[in-house]
Design a protein around this ligand. Structure first.
Ligand code: BV8
Length: 243
């Protein structure tokens, strides 16, 4: 997938407000399994929705903690891939480019993205399960959920299923989508709300929406353009086509 349509190149060159929206597929080529990938090994008997939920943490705090500790180690052990780097390059070269990510792995920032709206939080930070206070970075060699000063347990500072997203982050994402004239949805199954509504919100406001995904999703039939390929191939080709 290297032929980027000329119309898209023109739109990139003329765009005033670009939104780049990403999901787990952007990190797949770094070696981080997506949510759709089957859970393996220790986690095979759990679904992500079970583990990534307040109920899951309430019932089995140690199991949920171990799952996130294992995922965090994988995030730290891998490198950003060409998709992350191409997205950072687009942010540098195009005006008012807003990156909105569902990913919690921090790879966009490690690839050089100066800013990212992390809709679902970040696996490298902790917060209190009882009072919600942020508690800074995940300390190394922490084998069990630490206690917060209020007596609650600390948990990963990610948004779990059934939890509200941070309102300021979500408001900023809605505003960026409403004002965009070009919107890339990259590597997401477009299944999880309210994040999955963002490309539709953009399109309702007259925005041209491009999907980058090797597989079809519920967005595919509505997108103005579908680039059916891996983000690590397509996004560098987009940057190259820009010249
Ligand atoms: C909310 C952080 C209000 C944690 C995540 C019942 C009760 C409660 C809520 C609900 C309910 N029913 C529905 C809901 C709403 C629910 C929801 O949408 N559920 C879905 C499953 C239907 N949403 C919520 O709960 C949200 N909160 O609604 O609050 C509320 C409050 C109370 C009660 C009701 C409502 C919170 C959702 C956030 C959950 N947290 N992550 C963690 O990481 O552990 S979600 C998690 O899955 C990811 O962050 C991501 O956002 C999401 C989807 O994953 P994707 O990123 O899309 O990845 P996925 O694996 O799905 O797909 C990968 C894609 O990449 C595929 O399409 C694949 O083809 C493609 N791909 C693969 N390789 C490549 C590639 N693409 C490009 N290149 C490649 N190389």
């Amino acid at each position: 997938m290297n032929d980027i349509p000329g119309e898209l190149v023109e739109r990139l060159r003329d765009c005033r407000r670009l939104v780049i929206f990403t999901g787990a597929g952007v990190s797949a080529e770094s070696g981080i399994p997506t949510f759709r990938d089957a859970q393996t090994g220790l986690w095979a008997k759990y679904s992500p929705e079970q583990l990534a939920s307040p109920e899951g943490f309430r019932q089995e705090p140690q199991t949920v903690w171990d799952w996130y500790a294992w995922r965090r180690e994988r995030c730290l052990a891998v490198q950003p891939n060409p998709a992350h780097r191409a997205i950072a390059e687009l942010q540098r070269r195009l005006p008012h480019a807003t990156l909105i990510t569902q990913n919690v792995d921090g790879l966009h920032q490690r690839a050089g993205s100066a800013s990212a709206l992390e809709l679902h939080g970040n696996i490298h930070r902790l917060k209190c399960f009882r009072c919600g206070e942020n508690s800074g970075a995940w300390p190394d060699d922490c084998s069990a959920p630490p206690l917060h000063s209020c007596g609650g347990l600390l948990r990963p500072a990610v948004v779990w299923f059934g939890e509200n997203l941070d309102h300021e982050v979500l408001e900023a994402a809605w505003r960026a989508a409403e004002e965009a004239d070009l919107f890339f949805s990259i590597g997401t199954s477009s299944l999880v709300y309210p994040a999955a509504d963002l490309p539709f919100l953009a399109q309702r406001n007259g925005c041209y929406v491009v999907e980058v995904n090797p597989q079809p999703t519920p967005l595919s039939a509505h997108a103005n353009l579908c680039l059916n390929g891996a983000a690590g191939v397509v996004m560098p080709a987009v940057v190259a086509a820009l010249g």
